[in-house]
Ligand binder design. Structure first.
Ligand SMILES: [Zn+2]
Length: 222
């Protein structure tokens, strides 16, 4: 059996990272390890790690690096040595990146590539400001701001079930700007960490899903 690729995927909010992760998972037959999903799993199943994490979250404080690392690495190290994966949402700090590197070294095999889906800020703002979700079936809808007040140009009704569409609080313009700033200040040092190790592939992320996927595959040498 050939060895599966070991990847990390980065992309700012609104870059279509989730869609690309899903495509890569299917095409490369590797596991998608989303730190958000892992946290939810541990918290809901009330595992020892989940209980610790819930304690921090309930107090409204940041989950410490060490706990995030324990949760992510437990999953990564549970895979067979030849199995590939795509990490999404981890590592978020240089400290986490270093911990991942050290853990993988014990397996004598580092990451193959770190993919960064790069989307200019004004494009991100435009995309996120148009993002609406159905209250009933959660289907995402993309709206184009029409009015001078930036309100959408269509009725806020779900195309799938007729439910009411709404904008998540953190997709509103004022929140979006903050999310992008936080993302940049958080992520840039981690990207530098991987650039120093010649693992980083920058992929322009303004195009169709299929075109972006082609670029990612090319960056992976496929
Ligand atoms: Zn709906």
């Amino acid at each position: 059996m050939t060895q599966g690729l070991r990847l990390v995927l980065f992309g700012p909010p609104g870059a279509g990272k989730g869609t690309q992760a899903q495509l890569l998972t299917e095409r490369l037959k590797i596991s998608h390890i989303s730190s958000g999903d892992l946290f939810r799993h541990h918290v809901q199943a009330e595992t020892p790690l989940g209980l610790k994490a819930a304690d921090y979250m309930n107090r409204g404080v940041l989950v410490p690096d060490e706990l995030t690392i324990d949760i992510a690495l437990e999953k990564v190290m549970s895979l067979n040595a030849e199995e590939g994966f795509i990490l999404d949402g981890f590592p978020r700090t240089r400290f986490q990146a270093k911990a991942l590197e050290e853990a993988l070294q014990t397996r004598a095999r580092n990451l193959d590539k770190v993919v960064y889906i790069d989307v200019p800020e004004d494009e991100l703002l435009r995309r996120l400001a148009g993002r609406f979700v159905c209250r009933q079936c959660q289907a995402p809808h993309s709206m184009t701001p029409g009015g001078t007040d930036g309100s959408p140009d269509r009725e806020l009704i779900c195309e799938r079930c007729g439910g009411e569409l709404y904008q998540r609080t953190d997709d509103r313009p004022e929140a979006v700007q903050t999310r992008i700033e936080v993302y940049k200040s958080e992520t840039m040092p981690v990207l530098d960490f991987y650039r120093e190790r010649a693992l980083l592939a920058d992929v322009p992320g303004v195009d169709t899903v299929e075109q972006i996927n082609k670029r990612v595959m090319k960056a992976l040498g496929l």
